[in-house]
Each structure stands twice: as structure tokens, then as C-alpha cells.
Design a protein around this ligand. Sequence first.
Ligand SMILES: NC(=O)C1=CN([C@@H]2O[C@H](COP(=O)(O)OP(=O)(O)OC[C@H]3O[C@@H](n4cnc5c(N)ncnc54)[C@H](OP(=O)(O)O)[C@@H]3O)[C@@H](O)[C@H]2O)C=CC1
Ligand SMILES: O=C(O)C1=N[C@H](C(=O)O)C[C@H](O)C1
Length: 269
Amino acid sequence: MTDLPGIVITGASGRMGQMLIRTVLESDRARLVGALERLGHEWVGRDIGEAMGGARVGAMVSDDPLELFARAQAVIDFTAPEATVEYAALAAQARAVHVIGTTGFSESHLTKIAAAAHHSTVVRAGNMSLGVNLLMQLTKKVAAALDEDYDIEVIEAHHNRKVDAPSGTAVMLGEAAAEGRGVRLDDVSDRARDGITGARKRGDIGFSVIRGGDIVGEHDVLFAGAGERIVLRHVASDRSVFARGALRAALWGQDKGPGQYDMVDVLGL
Ligand SMILES: NC(=O)C1=CN([C@@H]2O[C@H](COP(=O)(O)OP(=O)(O)OC[C@H]3O[C@@H](n4cnc5c(N)ncnc54)[C@H](OP(=O)(O)O)[C@@H]3O)[C@@H](O)[C@H]2O)C=CC1
Ligand SMILES: O=C(O)C1=N[C@H](C(=O)O)C[C@H](O)C1
């Protein structure tokens, strides 16, 4: 039992943190070493199961990342960019696989994560579900098959607590579309429209964002031509799809060398 890879979950009290804790506890392929919360958080020092309102599980919530990471084989991290950058350096120090689900990174955050990945295995994806990673491949193919007569728009919808926009998944889908078209997303991305925007620029890849209620995560890639539209769609109805993907990535990473990987690598797509 103790030979199973030990996992630490960051952001323990978060929506994904709690889902990840349940997923690891239910798994017979991994064991929960502990969970992390901010200094001063009311869960720190408590049994994880009890903090979540259930039975004791024999692992604690800590506010000491390095001590926890040093006892683990993998860290699964769905928090916020500033926290993830700090955890990336500490996971590298502890030589633990770092699975990053956090979204909303700036270029400077990504540079720091890349530096950490010289010393540790980092698996990062804005969406850990099998379905979205398949959708990325389909998006690339359709974008390659159609010319600029077809306007591409990525439309995403999420719950009203989400803090970043467009979603990490939408950016991944935009990048897949751009790659299919043989262009750089940065050169064609159209993110904010308000007021007299002028007509849509040929070749642009647009992003539309919806926030409301408890929507888990919905993504459409629209190819709009004259007289027809193609829509590729993914709907996540339960966060467990992200948590299962993240655990799979943590186990996959156990025999990989240092470097940056994504879910396409993990799933072999
Ligand atoms: N890749 C994927 O498949 C998916 C990615 N996500 C991404 O995961 C992230 C988390 O989402 P979600 O669980 O809904 O968010 P929540 O807000 O529910 O949870 C975030 C957690 O991170 C903690 N946290 C935030 N900032 C810090 C910090 N600076 N230091 C330490 N802890 C911090 C929060 O603690 P506190 O409450 O104390 O602030 C909280 O426990 C988002 O970036 C989201 O986009 C979500 C779903 C799927
Ligand atoms: O914040 C969320 O909830 C989600 N975030 C990820 C994203 O930004 O794409 C993935 C998923 O759609 C849920």
C-alpha cells in the first residue's frame, strides 16, 4: 500500500482541490500524503476528511509546502498563477512531479514554470479532460481543412466564480485552430469587442466569454462560413473529469524525466 505514489493536493478547500482529494482517496493507484492551504487558513492542522465535513482520512492539511512535497511523488495543483509559480519551484526542489491545472498565466509566470521544469516533470494543461484534448485535435484538423472564408470563434461558458477569461481551455482551442491554419495566435487573436468595433477582420480568431450560475465548463469552436456553420462542442457536466485526468497525469509522470508535458502527451493523442 505504501509503495503507491504519494500525492499532495494544493488549494485543498477549493472547488477542484476538494474534488481532487476525493479522487485520490477513491483511487487504488495512489495515496494521499496531505493537502495544502494558505498560512492562517482555518483548515490548516486538521485532518483532511474532517475539514471537508466527513470522516477522518489520516492525512493532514498543512501550510508548509516544501515539507509536504518532500514526502510526495507528485503535487496536483489547481490554484492561482502566483501560488502555482511558487509551488513549481518547490516541487522542483523536492523532485516531485508537478501537475498544473491552474489557468490564467502571464508570460512571466510561464517563464518561471519553464525554469522549474529543468529540474522536475511538469504536466500542464488548461483542461485535463479526455474530451477537450480530443476536441483540440479535431479543431486543428478542421482549421487546416478550411480556409479564411470560415471565421473561427471560440465560445466558452463558466460559473460565476471564475476569475480568468478567456478560459485556459479556450486559449488552448484558439492555439489549436491557429496551428491548423499555420498562423500565430498572438497575430490573429480578437479578444475584446465593445462599441463600434468595425467589421470582423478576415483570418481573426475570436473569443466570446459567458459567466453565470454553476456552469462547470462549456466550449464551442465555431467555423462560420457563407451559408453554413460547423460547431465542435465539449460540455463538462462534472468536475471529476478534470480530477481523473490530473491523477492520470501524476501517475504517468512518475517515470518521465524533467521537462514540460501536456495532456496530449499523457493521453497519447
Ligand atoms: N486544467 C483543468 O482541467 C481545470 C483547471 N481549473 C483551474 O483551476 C484553478 C482553480 O479553480 P477552482 O478550484 O474552481 O478555484 P477555487 O477558487 O475554488 O479554488 C482555488 C484554491 O486555490 C487557493 N489559492 C488561491 N490563491 C492562492 C495563493 N496565492 N496561495 C495559496 N493558495 C491559493 C484558494 O485558497 P483560498 O480559498 O484561501 O483563496 C483555493 O483553495 C483555476 O485556475 C481554474 O481555471 C479548474 C478546473 C479544471
Ligand atoms: O475555472 C474553471 O472552472 C475551469 N477552468 C478551466 C479553464 O480555464 O479552461 C477548465 C474548465 O473549463 C473549468
